[in-house]
Design a protein around this ligand. Structure first.
Ligand code: GLC
Length: 717
């Protein structure tokens, strides 16, 4: 239902002015404007007059700049309809949080919510009204660089995190300390074939609805104000032209009634896809699919050339879309105050505050994953004689991609943080990310020889994460592996700290390292978090939100696979049983499974009990989990609850995450946790593409990762 203001404007606007509301460009078309470029730039080739009718801009922020642009714009816009300012505030504005994949590894929705809240508060002070986040694409292929923007491979984890993120960004009332969330990329962009960026996606509608759709639905249910179309095809049609996907599924089945914005240039790219012959045809297809805003495509600008004689259907579709854009402006309070949130005092006092930086550090501490810790070599004591070696050690490049307002040069490095805490630490780079020299190598080895422990800080640079960064090889760069091999010859404990935005093939790193910490891109306070974990001031509790393969040959690999007609009876080993679903030259099992992460404490699930072993689909399954911590130190861990349905109307995953809870348990103690699982979480997509909870025999499986589980049967009547 539109407000009176929107109705009045719709009455007063010309067709050309309505078309203008559907066009988004970077702010460099205005005086004082500039552009953060995240896609191929094209000239706006719009008349000076029509530029002052566009509805929204992207990629600019800063109280003074936004105020100047908004003021100038309103001087020229006939009906004084303000601009919306949109930007990619993905995992922080100036206080950069760990990348979303790391936040997924926290398995802590409160951590995700806080990260989005802080990002909203800081970016709103900088004049942003809409963020192009959360990205909730389900991902299973670490060759794709954008896995860093997702929260991983599981529909349920992604749904919980999507909800938390939208709530964090938008708050309860979209006030001027919050921003509207734009959930993306609709849809199934993470299923790009071969992990190759922008590549074809071809999943069945059954699989789409069972695996990929839930997180988008969760974000829509959390009232995300916008949805962004994805670059890829789905069901044979590019998303931005896909009426079935956008009208039948998104608008009807998912009941989304907010603004649908294209991704950068995606409407014009319908020509490249080969479904439109020119810009006008592309615009017609997108408009019919219900795309309200054409981001940087200038296809909708073609309508300006014939605004006076549009056919009725096109005019009506333009009305619908223009109304949705105006409703968003109304919801944001921009008609009341076009300068909402803009306040350079707030900018000076509410950005990169101590509290915000502490929140970013807590998020990093909550998401770093301990993958290996032989002989309990970790934690170290501050006096440890350690050599810090590797290209990541002295780099501020730990913010990750999509941290555009972040400043790597002003980011504390691992060397700085560790040197402050470890008086005997020595340091040598040993190599760069992808280059090395004999001299650097020798210097590093010589330095390590003088110390008792080696901390090898290795990984990938931030610009090898995010959009357009697909990699066919997911091992560490050869130069870094050579460095690690030379360090391993010293026969000293090696603690490998990996900074990257994707699962890597760590098979050789695991062979050469005594311990491994996977730090992701841990953000503005990631070095401090890492230092506290290395020294045991924080007990690591992150869990993998994506499976780590032994080799890229296993990809795509994910825990919730289907059984097949000839399941492998020996996923961890190789044997001479021929006719099974397996490889001849590799085991099926990953290097590290989904949900895996160690602790310094010795925590385990001793037993589980069901309050009822026979329930109905309307019931809630109550699982009591008996946890034990046999060590003296307390620790956090994640209780992971999976189910398996023995017989389904369609094939069923070998296990599905249906609940999880991050808990803390004191040293040398027992603790019971009861987790409630609504049976509706056990629904499956039937052949008619509708969800239903099947009656039958199920198993509940509980553990601290997706492999080591205690299983109990139950029945749904
Ligand atoms: C980019 C990305 C999208 C981003 C948009 C605006 O190409 O695909 O995630 O929000 O353009 O920068």
């Amino acid at each position: 239902m539109s407000s009176e203001k929107v109705d009045q404007l719709m009455q007063a606007m010309t067709t050309a002015e309505k078309i203008g509301q559907l066009i988004q460009t970077t702010a460099d078309v205005f005086p004082n404007g500039d552009a953060v470029v995240t896609g191929p730039m094209k000239s706006a080739n719009m008349s000076a007059e029509s530029v002052y009718t566009i509805g929204t801009v992207l990629g600019i922020s800063g109280a003074k700049k936004v105020e100047q642009i908004q003021y100038d714009y309103l001087q020229h816009n006939r009906l004084k309809i303000p601009l919306i300012f949109m930007a990619d505030v993905i995992h922080g504005y100036q206080t950069i949080f760990p990348i979303p994949l790391a936040l997924g590894a926290s398995f802590n929705p409160e951590t995700m919510k806080i990260a989005s809240q802080v990002a909203a508060q800081e970016s709103a002070a900088g004049g942003i009204h809409v963020t192009f986040a959360p990205m909730v694409d389900l991902v299973r292929d670490p060759r794709w660089g954008r896995v860093m923007e997702s929260t991983g491979e599981d529909p349920y984890l992604n749904s919980v995190m999507a909800t938390a993120s939208v709530q964090g960004f938008q708050g309860d009332s979209l006030d001027d300390h919050h921003v509207a969330a734009c959930v993306k990329h609709f849809a199934a962009y993470g299923a790009a074939e071969a992990g190759r960026e922008y590549n074809t996606v071809d999943v069945s509608e059954w699989r789409f609805k069972e695996q990929y759709l839930p997180a988008y639905q969760a974000a829509v249910d959390a009232q995300a104000a916008l949805v962004m179309t994805s670059f890829n095809t789905l069901f044979g049609v590019p998303a931005s032209a896909n009426q079935h996907l956008m009208r039948d599924i998104l608008r009807q089945e998912m009941a989304f009634n907010g603004v649908l914005i294209s991704d950068w240039g995606a409407v014009a790219e319908l020509i490249n896809h080969g479904v439109a012959g020119d810009h006008q045809a592309a615009a017609d297809l997108a408009l019919k699919a219900g795309v309200d805003i054409d981001m940087m495509g200038y296809a909708y600008a073609k309508y300006l050339e014939k605004a006076a004689d549009l056919d009725t259907t096109t005019a009506q579709l333009i009305d619908e879309s223009a109304r949705r854009v105006l409703e968003l402006k109304d919801k944001l309070g921009l008609f009341t105050d076009p300068y909402r949130g803009l306040d350079d005092t707030r900018e000076a006092t509410e950005i990169k505050t101590t509290a915000n930086l502490q929140a970013a550090q807590a998020a990093a501490e909550d998401s770093i994953v301990l993958l290996k810790n032989d002989r309990a070599v970790l934690p170290l004591v501050p006096e440890t004689r350690a050599a810090l070696i590797g290209p990541v050690t002295d780099s501020g490049d730990i913010l990750g991609s999509w941290s555009w307002q972040g400043d790597p040069a002003a980011t504390e490095t691992i060397k700085t943080a560790l040197s402050a805490a470890m008086p005997n630490l020595t340091f040598a780079a040993g190599s760069d990310y992808r280059t090395s020299s004999v001299r650097d190598l020798k210097e590093a080895v010589a330095l390590a020889r003088q110390q008792d422990v080696i901390i090898a800080a290795l990984g990938l640079p931030a610009d090898e994460s995010g959009e357009a960064t697909s990699l066919a090889n997911i091992q560490l760069p050869a130069e870094q592996l050579v460095l690690l091999r030379e360090l391993a010859k010293l026969n000293k404990p090696i603690i490998s700290v990996i900074v990257a935005g994707r699962p890597l093939d760590l098979t050789e790193v695991a062979d050469l390292s005594t311990a491994i910490l996977f730090a992701w891109f841990p953000g503005s306070k990631g070095a401090a978090a890492l230092s506290r974990i290395l020294l045991g001031e924080v007990n690591p509790s992150g869990k993998l939100p994506m499976t780590f393969p032994r080799s890229v040959g296993q990809v795509p690999i994910y825990y919730n696979e289907y059984r097949t007609g000839r399941p492998s009876t020996n996923p961890f080993g190789r044997d001479d049983i021929k006719y099974q679903s397996k490889y001849m030259d590799e085991v099926n099992a990953p290097l590290y499974p989904f949900g895996f992460g160690l602790s310094y404490a010795d925590i385990s699930v001793k037993a589980i009990e069901l309050a009822q072993t026979t329930v109905t689909p309307a019931d809630t399954l109550a699982v009591t989990v008996h946890l034990e911590n046999q060590s003296t130190i307390s620790g956090k861990t994640v209780i992971e609850c999976y189910t398996h349905q023995q017989v389904g109307e369609t094939v069923r995953p070998v296990k599905s995450l249906v609940a999880f809870e991050k808990v803390e348990i004191a040293g040398e103690s027992l603790a019971d946790f009861t987790i409630e699982i609504p049976c509706e979480h056990l629904a499956s997509v039937h052949q008619d593409l509708h969800q239903a909870v099947d009656s039958g025999e199920y198993q509940i499986m509980v553990g601290l990762d997706s492999d080591n589980l205690i299983t109990v049967p139950f029945t749904i009547e």
